[in-house]
Design a protein around this ligand. Structure first.
Ligand SMILES: Nc1ncnc2c1ncn2[C@@H]1O[C@H](COP(=O)(O)OP(=O)(O)OP(=O)(O)O)[C@@H](O)[C@H]1O
Ligand SMILES: CC(C)(CO)[C@@H](O)C(=O)[O-]
Ligand code: BAL
Length: 393
């Protein structure tokens, strides 16, 4: 097996058993509490301190960083007639990502998760250098999910984490994030230039470009994207259609926190104060959805419900003292056609629509002593996006 890294820190390994095509790593532990394990001999075997109550099978997960290895591995799976589902991510995994991997494992024998922070989708003044990275936790979550899948009949495996270098992904020229940057790019217009694309002019060019590369490399039967980034799903669907890519685009519903905030890797930038107010976007969209459910069909009526919530929360925050409030700006609230993301005047019930929005949580004006701050100290603005599909009736 060439250049495939076998995952699992040594201290979690008790015995390695090869069963058919799979290598299985067996771990005996109480409630998966790895801290209760210790080395017991120079052969790196481990014994739990207390009697084992549960046996967990950790299967081998391939960590692949280079393209030739990925291609060889993929060809082997093809020869074995094993279907592959690809979940592209930028890491900093949370429950939303895990729901995509779970969906992929329900429909494919093998799941590939790519973890790659793609520079070309970040504008020159965006947060590429500070984007959250949680490699160990990402692997632990995927490993735990795979152990769970192993116990569910009919589910596929989390087979591969593809974490390439930028040199591997952009082999000819260093990636260029400027709007007039040079390089080989995939551009999907006009959808890539509106809404999110207006505020982030190189974003969808970068997303389409890196996804084209990932799709070409992995040759997955299915690719999985989150509804949370709805415009991204429209761009990817259009790219797959227009370039005749042989894969099926699958969309997984948005995972939310208990209060409705859409889960997002960037939420770690929000300290407690901005986090609490950040729920305004999902509340506003929910109000607009309720107007639709109540029978409203015109743009003005539906969007008025959202703006009422946003304006109300803005007024409440304005009235507070600078050390208590979290101010925000609404970038857009949109009612759009689900296939093009173009604005519509009324919802056609047979087609449905997409309600979406973006708000910018502004830096805190005055930080209180001991206040819980987010990654970066709450000094930079944080862009939040969300959407709700209005289903056809
Ligand atoms: N809350 C969520 N529910 C469902 N899918 C999600 C959710 N958050 C992210 N995803 C999906 O996971 C995939 C990878 O997204 P990404 O790694 O950018 O995470 P993210 O949380 O969207 O990060 P960011 O904060 O940068 O937008 C995308 O298809 C995205 O739509
Ligand atoms: C699809 C993606 C992984 C491409 O970098 C990214 O845009 C994301 O995480 O949504
Ligand atoms: N979740 C999409 C990736 C990005 O916003 O950069």
């Amino acid at each position: 097996m060439p250049m495939i890294y076998k995952l699992l820190p040594m201290q979690t390994i008790i015995s390695q058993v090869t069963t058919g095509a799979h290598t299985t790593l067996r771990l005996f532990s109480r409630q998966l509490n790895l801290s209760s394990l210790r080395f017991s001999s120079s052969k790196a075997t481990l014994k739990p301190k207390s009697p084992p109550t549960k046996m967990v099978d950790y299967r081998l997960m391939h960590i692949i960083r280079d393209i030739p290895t990925l291609r060889t591995h993929r060809r082997n799976l093809l020869r074995s007639n094993l279907t592959v589902g690809l979940v592209p991510t930028m890491g900093a995994l949370h429950e939303g990502h895990i729901s995509l991997v779970r969906a992929a494992a329900a429909e494919n024998a093998r799941v590939f998760v790519s973890i790659y922070i793609n520079p070309t989708q970040f504008g020159v003044s965006e947060d590429l250098s500070t984007y959250p990275q949680t490699w160990e936790s990402d692997l632990a979550q995927l490993r735990a999910l795979d152990a769970e899948l192993a116990e569910t009949p009919g589910m596929g495996r989390v087979d591969t984490v593809f974490a390439p270098s930028t040199k591997a992904m952009y082999p000819t020229l260093p990636p260029d994030s400027r709007e007039d940057g040079v390089g080989s790019f995939v551009q999907i217009t006009p959808v890539g230039g509106i809404l999110e694309g207006k505020s982030r002019p190189v974003f969808f060019r970068g997303v389409a470009t890196v996804c084209m590369k990932l799709f070409n490399l992995v040759q997955a039967e299915r690719v999985y994207f989150g509804q949370k980034d709805v415009q991204q799903t429209v761009v990817i669907r259009r790219m797959v259609k227009d370039f005749h890519l042989d894969t099926q685009v699958m969309i997984v519903p948005t995972s939310r926190e208990e209060d409705g905030l859409a889960m997002s890797s960037r939420n770690v930038y929000l300290g407690a104060r901005r986090r609490a107010v950040g729920v305004v976007l999902s509340r506003a969209l929910r109000a607009a959805e309720e107007a639709y459910v109540a029978g409203k069909r015109s743009r003005d009526e539906i969007l008025a419900a959202a703006w009422n919530v946003a304006n109300q929360v803005a007024l409440e925050q304005d009235a507070l003292a600078p050390e208590q409030r979290a101010l925000f700006e609404v970038d857009y609230i949109s009612l759009a056609d689900p296939d093009t993301m173009e604005e519509i005047e009324a919802v056609d019930e047979r087609k449905g629509a997409v309600l979406s929005g973006a708000v910018k949580m502004l830096p805190l004006e005055q930080i209180q002593p001991g206040e819980v701050l987010g990654q970066g100290g709450d000094v930079a603005p944080v862009r939040l996006i969300d959407n709700i599909p209005l289903e056809p009736r």
